[in-house]
Design a protein around this ligand. Sequence first.
Ligand code: SF4
Length: 290
Amino acid sequence: MEVLRKPAWLKSKKLGARKTREIIKILRKYNLHTVCESAKCPNQGECFENGTATFMILGETCTRNCSFCAIDKTKKNLEPVDKNEPKAIAKLSNELGLKYVVITTVTRDDLSDGGASQFIEVIKQIREICDPEVAIELLISDFGGDLDQVKRIINAGPDVLNHNIETVQRLYGVVRPMADFERSLKVLQTAKKTDGSILTKSGFMVGLGETKIEVLELLKKLRDVDVDIITIGQYMAPTQDHYTVAEYVHPDTFAHYKIEGVRMGFRLIESAPLVRSSYHAEQAKKILNK
Ligand code: SF4
């Protein structure tokens, strides 16, 4: 497939280079990683400048093989669970004075609980060490469909539960072959059913070959399981070995999806070419009353 030229609207604002270096130095001091770095996120500088970062737990190697993702998938690199990680994240969040902490993970199908216990311990440590006003967003995997792990995490009391649906159902086979569309909807539904006071969130990319109708149908399906917050961003291939970009979607189309999303009842929707799961995540505080 022919490689498309990147349009002007995808040029990210080179913000916060000094802040980025500063934060990465502190992260290393705590032996912590961010998905911002691993996924080569275009908004790193801006987010770091705003004092937000997305911590990645359970190592930098994933047991899945999503064709759009830059994360390492070399099984022999899978790391043992780091028991010091939860306290380190809480201490660093406190040191940086973060008001909104996002925790994400690779998928760890090799762990009996998929890594749920580590998420629960991170929440516990942040609640013990940080300001009670701090809001916690978790971006979880599908735990291989083990919904009891989802319930355990919800009962630990995060403020926002995020699980990315990533793309439309028709493209799952080529984009997320080890995931399941209905299973991901079930994760979001279970979270909301377990505790209706928690905000649920999901996100997906466009530009992978989906149609506008499929995107509106996807938004409807996410509203049907009471998802509150949505992020929609442009897929950009990390390398030429990853899934090929099918289209650079025009900003007007993103605006259209936002209008339709608000009309469907989403409480917050970030839809623009450079939007990523945690981009402006702290905006959720507005509807959290925290
Ligand atoms: S599950 Fe997540 S981290 Fe793993 S390959 Fe897929 S997108 Fe990347």
